[in-house]
Write a protein that binds this ligand. Structure first.
Ligand code: ADP
Ligand code: MG
Length: 404
């Protein structure tokens, strides 16, 4: 992998950096600047090498195909306010380009001084970004002397800023590399993609909402791991596939065959949640019951129960490698945090005796919310990207393009 250390001298060179400034905004302010702060080490290292930096990032979703939504999306997902914030964090000049290509952008890039930064408006304002449009990638490639990929959360997407641009630069013999953030993610995730016998047992924990979102990763994990623990709402699809009653719990009728296939293939490797904290209403829960085996009546399962927690904790205690994706229950509601919290606590108990990774947008949010960030060896910043790493034997389009 080409890292920052492999880059030649960058004095007065224009380096395009794909960052992840997809930060939550509210009422014109940045609600959480973690992603900006996380990019600083890479930016500082490049500035220290005397480079001029042009930063590309997307922000939110821009629905180009839906004219009724487009204007609102553009207004909502404006990167402008990130520039002064970045300037204050770094103590260097950060200019902003409203233009994402063309004369105005070209002039701003030409006017850049070594050791300063130009942040470009949301790449998704360009309809060609998500299509990996060659013309767009070319417009950026014409301005760049080098490219650094530091947006891990976007590395599973072959877009103009993540794939097209570095591909063109490589063709021209220009240097490309991954930044520190991506390097850290790759080193950590490699250890759950390919697990040596000495790092086993490998325990995977899967939860969250839908089986259909996670078909490929479930298939892969069943091959790779020694035990796979299944909780969260996806459990009810497995229960249903076994002919059990799930009441009003969510399940996916079109995934029953797949669930049966997985259970057969995994055999004793698969440990399915067996008791369920259940309630009468998702929005207004007033009745609470814990059921074993199946859900009763019209109730809906909201979290794993105490027997499942004990079983899962016993399996986790044996792990030398652990990968976790998807909350065990509706952890956003205070009555249903126990299962997800219990996973965090079991990982804390493991301490340094195992290599532990959490990958998933909501599961990582739970880890942060409950205060367990330091108890995991790695909490991935890219939910979808971390799952795709496992699905595709460690390959992502935005990473493969950087490799030799
Ligand atoms: P991740 O982002 O970590 O991959 P998902 O997006 O698949 O996770 O799922 C997260 C969501 O699953 C959470 O919002 C959580 O409330 C929901 N969830 C988990 N368990 C249940 C359940 N038993 N019933 C309903 N929703 C659940
Ligand atoms: Mg999610």
């Amino acid at each position: 992998m080409k890292t920052l250390a492999t880059l030649p001298s960058l004095t007065n060179k224009t380096v395009f950096v794909r960052v992840d400034f997809n930060v939550p905004l509210k009422d014109g302010t940045i609600r959480d600047d973690n992603r900006i702060v996380a990019a600083l080490p890479t930016l500082k290292a490049l500035l220290a090498k005397g480079a001029k930096l042009v930063l590309l990032s997307h922000l939110g979703k821009i629905r180009h195909k839906d004219p009724t939504k487009l204007e609102g999306d553009i207004k909502k997902n404006n990167l402008t306010i990130v520039a002064p914030h970045l300037a204050s964090l770094l103590g260097v000049k950060v200019d902003f380009s409203e233009a994402t290509r063309g004369d105005v952008l070209n002039q701003k890039v030409k006017a850049l001084q070594a050791g300063t930064i130009l942040l470009v408006q949301n790449t998704r304002y360009e309809v060609g970004e998500e299509k990996n449009d060659l013309g767009l990638a070319q417009a950026w490639a014409d301005l760049a002397d080098a490219f650094v990929m530091d947006a891990f959360g976007s590395a599973h997407r072959a877009h103009a800023s993540t794939a097209g641009l570095p591909t063109l630069l490589k063709q021209k013999g220009k240097p490309v590399a991954v930044g520190y953030l991506v390097e850290k993610e790759l080193l950590a995730l490699a250890k759950v993609v390919k697990v040596e016998p000495s790092a086993r047992p490998y325990v995977a924990i899967m939860g969250g909402l839908k089986v259909s979102d996670k078909i490929k990763v479930l298939e892969e994990l069943i091959d790779k791991c020694d035990k796979i623990l299944i909780g969260g709402a996806m459990t009810y699809t497995f229960l249903k596939a076994q002919g059990k009653h799930v009441g009003n719990s969510p399940f996916e009728g079109d995934q029953l065959d797949f669930a049966r296939h997985l259970m057969e293939k995994a055999d004793s490797k698969l440990v399915l949640a067996s008791d369920f904290v259940s309630t009468n209403s998702f929005d207004n829960p007033t009745v609470f019951e814990t059921y074993e085996g199946e859900i009763q009546g019209e109730m809906m399962g909201m979290d794993i129960g105490p027997k499942t927690i004990a079983r899962f904790q016993a399996e986790i205690a044996k792990a030398k490698t652990l990968f976790w994706n998807g909350p065990m229950g509706v952890f956003e509601k205070p009555q249903f945090t126990q299962g997800t919290l219990a996973i965090c606590e079991a990982v804390r108990q493991l301490g340094k005796s195992a290599f532990t990774v959490c990958g998933g947008g909501d599961s990582a949010a739970a880890v942060a919310q409950f205060g367990f960030m330091d108890d995991f060896s790695h909490v991935s910043t890219g939910g979808g990207a971390s799952l795709e790493m496992i699905e595709n034997a460690g390959h992502l389009p935005g990473i493969d393009v950087i490799e030799d």
